[in-house]
Every structure is written in C-alpha cells, then in structure tokens.
Design a protein around this ligand. Structure first.
Ligand code: NAP
Length: 507
C-alpha cells in the first residue's frame, strides 16, 4: 500500500441491472448512503440495456418481472418489450435517487481482498477505491458467448451477437444466418424474417415452444391498478402463485410435464404443415429440461419460403460459406450468433481474488459453489446477487434478487451488531452442507433427468445454476444470515504485517 489514501466506501455494488439497482434502493432504505454503484457502460439497465435486438421482450409477465417496492401500474403488455423494461429501470434510478451513487464507465478490472485491512481493493477503469463489502450484481447474462468456430474470423461479411446488435447494419435484402434457437433467437427470427432476402437458421437442438399469452393491458386495468393498488398486488400474487404451483413438476415429478409437451406439439402441428419440418422441430427430450420458450410467431416464420432450417450446429466457416455439422453448406452475407452467455464460466470471476490469494475462477474450476447462492467461502464480505444455484426455470428472477437483497441487508445489520471492523467468511462446512442439499434435490429435477444438454449444467455436467425449489423456499432460506454459518474475522491490533483473526461464531 502506498502512502496515498484511496477513496473508501462501505459498500461497492458492481452493475446497474435489476440486481445492482435493487441493492442500491435497499441500501438507501436502510439508511446507508456510503456506497457506490460501479457500472462498465454509460447507462443503467444491465442485460435490458445491452439486448436491443429486434423483437426483444421478456417472457415473464411484467407485473411479476418488476420490483415489489416499485410497482408500475402502467405496464403496456403482459410481456413487455425491452424498451419498456429499460425505461422502468431508468425510472427506478431516478425515483429512488440512485444517480449520484453511480460511476459510469467504471469497469471493474481487479477485486482483491486485503486480509490485513479487512476490505476489498477495487481497481476500476475510473481509478481505485476500497470497500468493506462488495455486492457483485454483474448478472449471468452479461458476457456474450460466441462459440469457437474455425474460420469465423475470416468471414468477409457481417458478424455480431444477439446481445450486441449492430443497428447500423441494414439486414434488408441480405442472406442471413441465425445461429442458435434459444430464447433470444426465437424472438429475432420472426422479427427479421420479412426484411431479409433469405434466412438460414442453424438449430443444434430444437426447443420446446408454447403459445405466448400476450396481450395489451387495457386502459381500465391500468386505471384500476393506479387507483386501487390492491388490484395490482392481487395480479402479482396470482402470477406468482400459479408459478409456485408449477415448481414441483419441474423438481419432483417431471413425468407430469408430458401434458405440457402435448400442448406444445399441438401448437406446432397447427402451424407447421410440412411433416419434414415438423420432424426437425420436434424435441427428443423432456419439456422443461431446457428453458421453455414462448412464441406465437416463431413457427409461422419458419414456415415462410425465404427461411431454411438446418437441423445441425454450425461447424465451420469457409469464406462466406457456413458449413453445418451435417455437411450442409450455405452462403450468407451476415451471421448473427444467438448463442447465449458465459453463465457457468463468468469472466468476472477471473478478476476476483479472495482471502487465500486465489481467484474466484480458480476456486470454481470444478464448478460454482456458494452459501445460500449468495456468499462464497474464502471471499469475505463478497455478496453475489444471482450467485450459484439461484436461477429459475419458470418464474421471475426479480423474486430471487429481492430475497438476496433481504439477505444482504441482514448481512450488513449483523456486521453492525458485531461492532468494530469485522468481516464474515462462510465456513466451508456450511457451504458444503448447503450444496450437498441442493445437489440431492437436483437428482430428480427435469434439468438433470430430462435428457438434454443445457447451459444450466457446467462443464462437469453439474447443475450449478438453477434453484431446485419454489421462490418462497428460497426467500425462507435467505431471510436471515445465520452467523453460525460464518467465521467472523476481526482486524488485528495495529501491528505491522498482522492478519485478521477468525473468532468463534456467535450463533
Ligand atoms: P441460450 O439459451 O444459451 O441459447 C443458445 C443457443 O445457441 C442454443 O440454441 C444452442 O444450441 C445454440 N448454439 C450454440 N452453439 C451453436 C452452434 N455451434 N451451432 C448452432 N447452434 C449453437 O442463449 P439465449 O437465447 O441468448 O438465451 C439465454 C438466456 O437469456 C435465456 O435462457 C433466458 O434466461 C434469457 N433470455 C430471456 C428472454 C425472454 O425472456 N424472452 C429472451 C432472451 C434471453 P443447444 O441448445 O444445442 O445448446
């Protein structure tokens, strides 16, 4: 450490998506103002800022996909589009007075635990600072993943990822290849199909697609939701309750999902008349194993004469020719990768160095693991929003985020209660017990037994992303910080080179 004094804050929050902004609101409500939000971009919104592709919308109803503490009676549709969700997050930022806390263009490059000072040293693109507690709210859908396809670098045309849409590139009249058939791709395909000259869709695995019950929310409903807030709350409760009831089919009785498969197959049959195309589009794994997709426009778009479905992954690029793994060759002008994000191998983990001097990426080399999806042994005072095993297959991630924010606030209260300069480090045994319980519950779930390969599973085939239960079970598990699960670290008396000492936990 040099003689220069760095800026110090109590809490540094990384990211200004739903997780980061939600954390900021809760901190302010707790009376904590000594915090910053570090944002790598120049505006708020996280994944809802970055994903601007045509057709981008959320397939969780907006009245559930929003903060409980910031209801929006004016949601325009059941499933609102990206522009409205982004505008909502801008509105939350202003309403709760968060802007003065935000440092834009402040990408975090290095995050290092100082075991002597009991704080995090943070290096950002806008300079260094230190913080007692770091809240990492970088989100699992922030770093686009483009597969390593031989020859793609020498493709002479245009190449971009769905989350980095190039709006300056005019797709009209072009031969376009869409790679992937996930939630992003199935929204993009119908949105661009009419404009392009020809669209070739590279499908490695067919998704299950259900009809999308979308509609405009009427003026009367909005009026009622504004004037009688209980109607808005009731709507949210209903949307939440239905999804809670569905959970056991995913987690314990995947065979029950056969009924839903019939719905999806009927939906396809009604639209796709060509039996050969239907065969290519029919999944051979249990519905729910991969994320269930919702669309009324995807199948009709695929049935149009200017669309070809290649039922194989992209294997190689030779000049302007794309070669699929079944040998099909297609010449195109532009390639759009709808190939998802670095979820189980978050690049951010490389920049976080914990108490033992090793990075979070190294700690997680055999798979992500945390305590209650929120903290990680060896990384004191590091609170992760949407950490390991917190993802949902069928409901709103905002419910998980808010549960973790409760945990964060209780964590800060516990630190205050302990007094003095202290930090909490999860006990490895507590973390192990938590993960053993999760993996035991995972055994029967559709994500593990449904017969598919998905990004829910890591390189070792372990499900480190999904929460195998209801959102209320997760809320209960994160309501309070149990100090018995933590080692309490205290700063030693000021002697040179001394390290923080663990003390017996106060249960
Ligand atoms: P994704 O679900 O990870 O899908 C990636 C797609 O790329 C998969 O279909 C995958 O095939 C395919 N792929 C990968 N390499 C390929 C190759 N070489 N050739 C052909 N296909 C290849 O990514 P995403 O669609 O961006 O969605 C990510 C997550 O974002 C979603 O699960 C959801 O949580 C969220 N999201 C939500 C919405 C919404 O609310 N409507 C919209 C967009 C995104 P395989 O299936 O064979 O692996």
């Amino acid at each position: 450490m040099t003689g220069l004094t760095r800026e110090h804050v109590r809490v540094a929050v990384i990211g200004t998506g739903f997780g980061g902004l939600g954390a900021a609101v809760r901190l302010r409500r707790e009376g904590i103002t000594d915090f910053v939000l570090l944002e790598r971009a120049d505006s708020v919104g996280g994944t809802w800022r970055d994903n601007t592709y045509p057709g981008c919308a959320c397939d969780v109803p907006s009245h559930l996909y929003s903060f409980s503490f910031a209801p929006n009676p004016a949601w325009p549709r059941n499933f609102s589009g990206q522009k409205h969700i982004r505008a909502y997050l801008e509105h939350v930022t202003d309403t709760f007075g968060l802007r003065p806390h935000i440092r834009f263009n402040a990408e975090v490059r290095d995050l290092r635990w100082d075991a002597d000072a009991l704080h995090w040293e943070i290096d950002t693109a806008r300079g260094p600072l230190t913080a007692d507690v770091v809240v990492s709210a970088t989100g699992p859908l922030s770093d686009p993943k483009i597969p390593d396809i031989p020859g793609v670098d020498s493709f002479p045309g245009k190449v971009f990822h769905s989350a980095r849409w190039d709006h300056d590139y005019d797709l009209r009249g072009k031969r376009v290849a869409m790679i992937g058939t996930g939630a992003s791709a199935i929204q993009i395909v119908p949105a661009i199909q009419r404009d392009v000259k020809h669209l070739t869709l590279f499908q490695r695995t067919p998704p299950w697609v259900l009809p999308r019950a979308d509609r405009r929310i009427s003026g009367l409903e909005k009026w009622l939701h504004t004037r009688v807030p209980a109607t808005r709350a009731l709507r949210r409760q209903l949307l939440w309750g239905i999804r809670e009831l569905q959970v056991s089919a995913f987690t314990r009785y995947p065979d029950q999902l056969g009924l839903i498969e019939n719905l999806a197959l009927g939906h396809m049959r009604r639209v796709v008349r060509d039996p050969a195309l239907r065969a290519k589009l029919t999944p051979d794994y249990r519905i729910g194993c991969k994320r269930i997709l919702l669309s009324n426009t995807y199948y009709p778009a695929l049935a149009q004469p200017n669309v070809d479905l290649v039922a194989a992954g992209l294997k190689e690029v030779r000049g302007s020719t794309l070669v699929a793994s079944d040998g099909t060759e297609t010449e195109v002008d532009a390639v759009i990768f709808g190939t998802g994000f670095h979820v189980t191998d978050s690049p951010m983990a490389r920049y976080v160095t914990g108490a033992g001097g090793i990075s979070l990426a190294a700690e997680w080399k055999d798979g992500m693991e945390g305590l209650r999806g929120t903290t990680v042994a060896g990384f004191p005072n590091f609170v992760q929003i949407i950490g390991p095993n917190t993802g949902l297959g069928n409901s709103s991630m905002i419910l998980i985020i808010e549960a973790q924010l409760n945990y964060l606030i209780d964590y800060l209260r516990q630190l205050d209660g302990l007094g003095g300069k202290v930090a909490l480090d999860p006990r490895p045994a507590a973390q192990r017990a938590w993960n053993e319980k999760i993996q035991r519950r995972m055994e029967r779930t559709v994500w593990n037994t449904g017969g598919c390969q998905s990004w829910y599973l890591d390189a070792n085939g372990r499900n480190t992303t999904v929460w195998p239960g209801t959102t209320s079970a997760f809320q209960a598990a994160t309501r309070r910080v149990d100090l018995a699960e933590y080692e309490v670290l205290r700063a030693p008396a000021r002697t040179a080179g001394a390290h923080a000492e663990p003390e017996e936990a106060i249960a």
